[in-house]
Design a protein around this ligand. Structure first.
Ligand SMILES: Nc1nc2c(c(=O)[nH]1)N[C@H]1C(S)=C(S)[C@@H](COP(=O)(O)OP(=O)(O)OC[C@H]3O[C@@H](n4cnc5c(=O)[nH]c(N)nc54)[C@H](O)[C@@H]3O)O[C@H]1N2
Ligand SMILES: Nc1nc2c(c(=O)[nH]1)N[C@H]1C(S)=C(S)[C@@H](COP(=O)(O)OP(=O)(O)OC[C@H]3O[C@@H](n4cnc5c(=O)[nH]c(N)nc54)[C@H](O)[C@@H]3O)O[C@H]1N2
Ligand code: SF4
Ligand SMILES: [Mo]
Length: 870
């Protein structure tokens, strides 16, 4: 451990890109606080960022290379990866190998991975989990602007009078930006509209929530485009000087008589939204995965941008379309050209001049001449044998890719799989022939770019553990062993300097990305690099396109015609429900880091399927029972969460749970690999499924100090508790004896306290080692009703004799009520405490509002008229 000092770094989670001050303490812990000087967060942090110090333990880390199960030295492991890739290329050509990388790599890692594949192997089979995340935004930007440019900045959220959040659960997924927005509303009354089929935490905070039919965004924004045009809201000057294609775009909107039917929205809601947009010049439309992850994702992006182009609301203070990026370095990855259809430094792989420029700069033996395979297609080629050597870095596709069973088959069938990760046990790493242990956050050095084009340093403040190495080093060492020059870097500073130089090479204002202002990069300069934003305007806020200057051949933005298309698969009698997937507030993706902290696990500890109360009645599903969700061929099992936040006919299942944490809850097993035709981004938010109650003979809940053995249980879900674990489980058949079952799950000896009621099927056990509770387990024929957080807390200290019976009762008595799932992890406020406090009303139109907003949005007028232009 270095001497105690402050380290300025950046959060490794979402694309808000908050600045963090990390202070290692003498006892080995690390204090994490928000950096008050960082322009993304000005000192704020969300629950995930604030809990980073609790995720730094090494127990789950892989700290030396592995070949199969065997410990290997770096030289041998790197040599093997290089040899397998070289041999495969010699035998089958450069297109027979692939990299699948991640928006969680640092820019320097990403840069050398892309350089190796596109410049040295000479193919473009490098794709990234950004394909699942930002690809539609990228494609939409390029269609409209001629470049992948985010025109606006975070400050626009604070300057706007109207902020529209489309397919974004900002409150949970970009919490600090959400806090900035809410603080700005306090100051000047910003109106917030949320467009999302679910009533999310973000929708709760909105002035207007449009719970549209899933997949119908294009129809809604086409309607808005026509409304604005007809009502004289076009910025004629901007449209004439800086755009082309308006007539075609208006024509493509088609007949809007069906708008209410297509979107499922009440007319007055649509009208309120259109009128607000028409009225508020300072408006920002921010969008995220409800837009991108769709078979019409690129059209959704362009339908939104069309409305901003028509009104000239782009690149000016408080105005613009805004793509919210997910991962900490989604933007950095795009900057170095990490997608299969991109080239370095925002250059175009289809443009011979750009290819020559890059190859010349790299002095590389080759340059990819055509786009490579996009993620879904790439894994299909792995499965079908077209790709024979695959290197996966910093992503967990066995969980996060659609058609997860196909991904597993592909990984199993692939002759050679290398995995670079930090965590020993992931669903993907189990298929690795070679495991390359990378340095994790806090140990590694580099840069990331956030949603508003701001580049920040991630700095190391921990010594490298074991033999783990930085990703950039691992990639360069493999490149060298493949016989390639051009990978001799002494530090990430050298790589960043090269990347920055390439961005200005032959640029002269022809490309948006130009890092010339960063200057030549010495180690010292790089070490001191303060967060900076790249962009065009010279002022402190660097926006694009306020005065035109788009990166198309004629300098004009393009209106893109976007006719509405229904999602790729339709629901059918056998699969009548629409499965929507996404995030919860306190977990990050496949849980390799956030599930290390009991505090974050308290929010929601188990995979769930959320559905409307009326559907639950029809299906005979009781609250807290278990449901089987099936796509006709495979099924998963999750806990039933009944709530009116969900529309009828739709369910929501979080994307996070893996085989490490639950028996069978990888939701992507149910999601088909349908993709958007322009971006190749899969439709992760819309899958037809069927639901069925599962008749479990018994349900169980346990808390324990030791890790339970879950193998053999029909249903299980595991979470860490403050001093151990909590386990939910269930079985299809009554065991011959519950104490034997207990012994199989917890093979430890101790003093046992037991309670049996064979009539009602209740069996309760508490196992002690002296005065310490080792495990408590509850079996019942019904879902177990005990106070989970109270029980988990009992693992922490000694249990006095008089409290042992209380343990078997499973709750702390009347004076200690169960607060339910924790929804404020900072202050441990439970959902049961809060649920009672939020009144809402259901209006005749069927819309729900916080009671305080009822009169404001429930006018019954229906004056809206929209028609196709003549
Ligand atoms: N807590 C947490 N935060 C995260 C992450 C995390 O794992 N956990 N991941 C980060 C990453 S990589 C990303 S990409 C972002 C994602 O951030 P978001 O996109 O905000 O999150 P999601 O939950 O994936 O989806 C957003 C919403 O889209 C809605 N939606 C579904 N279908 C439609 C539709 O047809 N139309 C519309 N308008 N909406 C629809 C869903 O109901 C959901 O509420 O979050 C980032 N932040
Ligand atoms: N159904 C459904 N599926 C989805 C989504 C959805 O909304 N619904 N969202 C999609 C989106 S937007 C995204 S971004 C993806 C995310 O999906 P993934 O990228 O698969 O998720 P992560 O869990 O973030 O995986 C990161 C991996 O990198 C490892 N890691 C962490 N730090 C480092 C490092 O420094 N170096 C290396 N080498 N490894 C490291 C972690 O241990 C982990 O295994 O999921 C996509 N899948
Ligand atoms: S908002 Fe995003 S970047 Fe900021 S602390 Fe939270 S997870 Fe980290
Ligand atoms: Mo993402």
């Amino acid at each position: 451990m270095m001497p105690q000092m402050l380290h300025k770094t950046a959060c490794p989670y979402c694309g808000v890109g908050c600045g963090i001050i990390a202070t290692p303490k003498p006892d080995g812990s690390v204090e994490i606080t928000g950096d008050p000087d960082h322009p993304a967060n000005f000192g704020r942090l969300c629950s995930k960022g604030a809990a980073l110090g609790e995720t730094l333990s090494l127990g789950d880390r892989q700290l030396h290379p592995l070949i199969g199960e065997r410990r290997a030295g770096w030289n041998e492991a790197l040599g093997l990866v290089a040899r397998k890739f070289s041999e495969t290329i010699s035998a089958f050509g450069p297109d027979s190998v692939a990299f699948y990388v991640s928006g969680q790599l640092l820019t320097e890692d990403y840069y050398v991975a892309n350089k190796l594949m596109k410049g040295y192997i000479g193919a473009a089979n490098i794709d990234t989990n950004s394909r699942l995340c930002m690809a539609s935004a990228v494609a939409g930007h390029i269609r409209a602007f001629g470049s992948d440019t985010v025109p606006g900045v975070y400050e626009d959220f604070e300057l706007a009078d109207l902020v529209i959040l489309v397919g974004s659960n900002l409150a949970w997924c970009h919490p600090v930006l959400f806090q900035r927005l809410i603080a700005a509303r306090e100051r000047h009354g910003t109106q917030i509209v949320v467009i999302d089929p679910r009533r999310t935490a973000t929708a709760e905070a909105a002035d207007l929530h449009l719970a549209l039919k899933p997949g119908s965004d294009v129809a809604l924004f086409n309607g808005l485009l026509q409304y604005l045009f007809i009502n004289g809201k076009a910025d004629t000057n901007f449209v004439i000087r800086h755009t082309s294609g308006l007539t075609d775009a208006l024509t493509a909107c088609g007949n809007l008589d069906n708008l209410v039917e297509t979107t499922g929205l009440p007319l007055d809601g649509i009208e309120d939204f259109f009128a607000l947009f028409a009225d508020k010049e300072k408006s920002v439309t921010a969008f995220s995965q409800g837009v991108n992850q769709s078979s019409s994702g690129t059209d959704k992006v362009n339908a939104i941008i069309n409305c901003h182009l028509l009104t000239g609301r782009i690149g000016k203070p408080g105005m613009g379309p805004f793509s919210l990026t997910g991962q900490p370095n989604a933007m950095g990855g795009r900057e170095v050209g990490g997608l299969a259809n991109a080239l370095a430094a925002h250059m175009d792989i289809a443009e011979p001049r750009h290819r020559a420029l890059v190859q010349d700069f790299w002095s590389s033996p080759a340059i990819a001449a055509k786009p490579g395979r996009k993620a879904v297609d790439l894994f299909q080629a792995v499965r079908d044998g077209g790709i024979k050597a695959l290197w996966i870095m910093a992503t967990n596709p066995a969980v996060s890719m659609p058609d997860a069973d196909l991904i597993r088959d592909a990984l199993r069938a692939c002759p050679f799989v290398a995995v670079s990760d930090v965590t020993k046990e992931t669903d993907t790493a189990r298929y690795a022939h070679v495991f390359l242990p990378a340095l994790a956050w806090g140990e590694k050095d580099g840069t990331v770019t956030n949603s508003e084009r701001r580049i920040s340093r991630q700095r190391s403040f921990l010594s490298p553990p074991g033999e783990a190495r930085p990703d950039w080093w691992i990639i360069c060492e493999v490149a060298k062993r493949m016989g390639f020059g051009g990978f001799d870097y002494a530090s990430p500073a050298g790589i960043f300097g090269e990347h920055a130089e390439l961005t200005s090479l032959g640029n002269q204002g022809t490309r948006d990305l130009d890092l010339a202002s960063a200057g030549p990069m010495t180690d010292a300069r790089y070490e001191a690099l303060a967060p900076f934003q790249w962009g065009r305007d010279d002022g402190p806020e660097k926006r694009f396109f306020g005065d035109g200057g788009f990166y198309t051949a004629d300098g004009r933005a393009r209106f893109v015609p976007t006719a509405f298309r229904a999602p790729a698969s339709a629901t059918a009698e056998q699969r009548p429900y629409v499965l929507n997937t996404g995030r919860i507030r306190d977990q990050w993706h496949t849980m390799t880091r956030t599930a290390k902290t009991a505090r974050l696990m308290q929010h929601i500890a188990e995979p769930f399927a959320e559905l409307h109360p009326d559907d639950a009645i029809v299906l005979g599903l009781r609250s807290a029972s278990l449901v089987m969700v099936s796509n006709g061929t495979v099924e998963i099992v999750a806990r039933v969460l009944i709530s009116p936040r969900q529309q009828r006919g739709t369910i929501f299942v979080p994307m996070h749970w893996t085989r490490q944490f639950s028996a069978n809850a990888v939701v992507n097993r149910l999601v088909a690999g349908n993709t958007d035709p322009h971006s190749g981004q899969p439709e992760l938010k819309w899958s037809p499924v069927a639901l069925k109650p599962v008749a479990f003979a018994w349900y169980g809940f346990a808390v324990s100090r030791i890790k339970p053995r879950c193998a053999g249980l029909d249903y299980w879900s595991l979470a860490p508790a403050e001093s151990g674990y909590r386990l939910e489980c269930a079985g299809l058949d009554e065991p011959s004896a519950f104490d034997e079952l207990l012994g199989a799950i917890f093979p430890v000896r101790g003093e046992m306290l037991a309670y049996h009621d064979r009539g009602s099927g209740e069996h309760r056990f508490a196992l002690f080692d002296g005065d310490r509770l080792e495990a408590a387990m509850f079996f019942s024929r019904q879902p177990v009703g005990v106070s989970r957080n109270w029980l988990a807390a009992q693992l922490a200290g000694a249990t006095e004799a008089e409290n042992r019976l209380r343990l078997l009762a499973g709750r702390g008595g009347h004076d200690r009520p169960d607060h339910g799932a924790i929804i404020c992890s900072c202050f441990s406020v439970g959902i049961n405490q809060i649920a009672a406090l939020i009144p809402y009303r259901v209006c005749p139109s069927g819309r729900r509002h916080a009671a305080s907003k009822h009169s404001r949005y429930c006018r019954s007028s229906s004056t809206l008229r929209v028609a196709a232009p003549s």
